[in-house]
Design a protein around this ligand. Structure first.
Ligand code: ATP
Length: 356
């Protein structure tokens, strides 16, 4: 059995069901991210794991033990929130020591643990400072140390980076992951930022409207999205309408031009209409390329962005956007120019719902 097991978890607020029967199994030491748009139920799941919110139905087990109805302080869980939530009138060291004092640990044990935690978050000199004397990133590291000081079984992180500016956010991603790996602590991370999820997680659980849409590694989620929602929420995507010419060989038609996919057609038959997707980075511009797919069209928009030039190519009803590298000595792409867009058979994502 996995270390954290959630079964058929439901949460209803009044008449609104926010979490609609979620099943999730997280292995010991794993870093799993709940990723989804605002309001899809991520925080509610985290709060039910922590015990701040009761489950309407379903069970939560840690290491085989049913904790669904335990009080928060009986669950041995550490949590870090979006807002730093440090005690403003306590020093950094006292903030970190807080849980250990509540647990009535000896002062020698507390001092040793605080020192260890300050080293872990790379702020060994700052124990005597107060939260207002720290940057946002430092405060969030202290919040992490405070959550970890009591040696929780599971670490819950609720958008801990979203209040920080972009540069700090990226360096803290790496630090949080390094601390998590060093301790081997099972972690659930909540974010609506797809790049954060892709760069930090062992597995990502993409959520939509109270349900899990897909659970997989970042590689699987990005390259093999199972639904249109996952495909468009994670990464940038061109969506095209295609028709199945032959379901056995994977031959498709886009605006009367033939292409071939190496992907499963999701049960579609010859003659069906399908939604297809192509990542911009899978596309290149050139001459008709033997062995791969080619679609000819016309450039109908050009945006010069410096290092890249973003262009839009129209075939007939379908359009795709892609980036080409800026080359100072070559003629830039121009509106109205005919071009051939190349991509491989593996690059075509077949989305779940047929296009209308
Ligand atoms: P965000 O990224 O905005 O925090 P989220 O995916 O974490 O989004 P939740 O905070 O879990 O979403 O909220 C899901 C839904 O449940 C929202 O519609 C929210 O209004 C509702 N909700 C959450 N807590 C309560 C509550 N205590 N009472 C009533 N409704 C609530």
């Amino acid at each position: 059995m996995a270390f954290l097991t959630i079964e058929k978890l439901v949460k209803t607020f009044g008449t609104q069901t926010t979490v609609k029967g979620v099943d999730l199994a997280v292995e010991r030491g794993e870093f799993v991210t709940l990723l989804g748009p605002s309001g899809c139920g991520k925080t509610t799941i985290l709060r039910m794991i922590a015990g701040f919110e009761s489950a309407t139905s379903g069970t939560i087990r840690i290491d085989g033990k049913d904790i669904t109805d335990l009080r928060p302080n009986q669950r041995h869980i550490g949590m870090v929130f979006q807002a730093y939530a440090l005690f403003p009138n306590m020093s950094v060291a006292d903030n970190i020591a807080f849980g250990l004092k509540v647990a009535k640990k000896s002062s020698a044990e507390i001092a040793a643990r605080v020192k260890e935690m300050l080293e872990l978050i790379k702020l060994p000199q700052l124990g005597d400072r107060y939260p207002y004397q720290l940057s946002g990133g430092q405060q969030q590291r202290v919040a992490l140390a405070r959550a970890l000081a009591v040696k929780p079984q599971i670490l819950l992180l609720d958008e801990p980076l979203s209040a920080l500016d972009a540069k700090i956010r990226i360096s803290l991603r790496e630090e949080i992951r390094a601390v998590q790996r060093a301790l081997g602590i099972t972690t659930i991370f909540v974010t609506h930022d797809q790049e954060e999820a892709l760069s930090m997680s062992d597995r990502i659980c993409v959520m939509n409207d109270g349900n899990i849409e897909q659970l997989g590694t970042p590689f699987e989620i990005y390259n093999y999205p199972k639904t249109r929602f996952v495909a468009s929420f994670v990464g940038t995507l061109n969506i095209l309408n295609g028709r199945v010419l032959d379901s056995t060989s994977g031959r498709l038609s886009i605006d009367d031009q033939e292409i071939v996919t190496a992907r499963e057609l999701g049960g579609a038959s010859t003659g069906d209409t399908l939604a297809l997707a192509l990542r911009p980075e899978a596309l290149s511009i050139g001459h008709a390329n033997g062995g791969s797919n080619n679609l000819t069209g016309t450039i109908d928009e050009v945006h010069f962005l410096g290092s890249v030039v973003r262009i839009r190519v129209r075939f007939k009803d379908n359009v795709v956007s892609l980036d080409t590298f800026n080359r100072p000595h070559a003629a830039p792409p121009e509106r109205g120019q005919p071009v051939t867009v190349n991509f491989t058979r593996e690059d075509i994502l077949v989305l779940d719902r047929p296009a209308i």
